[in-house]
Design a protein around this ligand. Structure first.
Ligand code: Q9C
Ligand code: ZN
Length: 347
């Protein structure tokens, strides 16, 4: 499968995240995508390309100008506060939750980082913007390839991931919503309706928030029940869309510990809805953290199950754009991504 992967992802390399009050090594690391790159190359079955398109004009179709401006200049502003900040990670100081105003952008840096974040678990590094932008370029390039009509499927191997990022917020290791950008590019390229199927262990709150009031994108997600799993504050079954988008959000939360049989039954529900709404293209938010060996997730999919997932999605008969999301069992991540692609291509 044609795969877009930018070496620029290496530039996003924060070192620590918060976990239960302590700093622990980041789960979302450059070695994740190195694992995917190595597995695809070693297979000899997939062609890796650097992104050839600039997503700049597409970014403002999904994200707000003030958020994009902040993200692009955040590291320079952090350094301007103190040159010693080069060796430190910035953290949000204050979040505009209920009763506080999000319409006024404070001048203070850490407060602005709070304005544009919904959690304390999304560390920035010097190359975060460059890496995230290159990941968006990969998603945009993949969408353009799919629109050319010569490929049945394309893979955007982007990192950092994207599905927790909304119009004006980062979170859950995500900055730019690569899958949402791909879906928007497919719509802009002539698709009347796109289905965005999110199989990451975590609910894609950013993606849902972007599309819940629209009928041109069906958002359907299989994920850990937000009652116990991140991102906790969205992803319940009673969220079915808003206004014109009523009926075009489908959440299929499952309890931590869910096995493959239950998961694939939910996948059938998701696939039926994708076909029912007449989607002309499929974007897959391909998180691989539903894997049984994932260190921060609690579903029971095996590597063979990922091949079964790929084969089932092939059966939908739609032009398909895979976008990498989470998956933190780094040593197995490449083989699990390969299993999905090979399952899809029946090789
Ligand atoms: N210390 C994606 O999979 N919380 N994001 C983890 C563990 C955040 C996952 C806590 C999980 C975010 C794209
Ligand atoms: Zn995830």
């Amino acid at each position: 499968m044609l795969t877009y992967l930018s070496e620029q992802h290496l530039l996003h390399a924060p070192t620590h995240e918060f976990f239960r009050g302590a700093l622990v090594p980041c789960h979302e690391t450059p070695s994740r995508l190195n694992s995917v790159q190595a597995a695809l190359q070693a297979s000899g079955r997939h062609r890796l390309l650097a992104p050839e398109l600039d997503s700049r004009a597409l970014l403002v179709r999904v994200h707000t100008p003030r958020y994009l401006h902040f993200l692009e200049h955040a590291w320079d502003e952090w350094l301007a506060l103190d040159p010693a900040n080069a060796g430190r990670q910035p953290w949000p100081s204050t979040w505009p939750v209920r009763s506080l105003r999000a319409d006024r952008e404070p001048r203070e840096f850490s407060a602005r980082l709070g304005l544009f974040s919904f959690d304390s678990g999304t560390p920035l590094s010097s190359g975060t913007w460059a890496a995230a932008k290159a990941g968006a370029d990969a998603a945009f390039s993949a969408a353009a390839r799919l629109l050319s009509g010569r490929e049945r499927a394309v893979f955007s191997a982007s990192r950092p991931p994207g599905h927790h990022a909304g119009a004006d917020f980062m979170g859950g290791y995500c900055f730019l919503n690569n899958a949402a950008l791909a879906a928007q590019a497919l719509l802009d390229g002539g698709c009347a309706r796109v289905a965005l199927l999110d199989v990451d262990y975590h609910h894609g709150n950013g993606s849902q928030s972007l599309f819940e009031a629209r009928a041109d994108v069906l958002y359907v997600s299989l994920h850990g029940d937000p009652a116990t799993e991140y991102p906790f504050f969205l992803g319940h079954a009673d969220e079915t869309g808003v206004g014109e988008g009523n009926g075009y959000t489908l959440n299929l939360p499952m309890p931590a510990g869910t096995n493959a049989a239950t998961w694939f039954a939910a996948l059938e529900t998701a696939c039926a809805r994708v076909l029912e709404v007449g989607a002309e293209a499929l974007v897959v938010s391909l998180g691989l953290d539903a894997y049984e060996g994932d260190p921060i997730s609690r579903f029971g999919l095996s590597s063979a199950d990922f091949a079964r997932l790929g084969a089932r999605l092939y059966g939908l008969g739609l032009p398909t754009l895979f976008v990498l999301e989470g998956g933190y069992a780094t040593a197995q991540l490449g083989l699990n991504a390969l299993a999905v692609l090979d399952g899809f291509e029946r090789t």
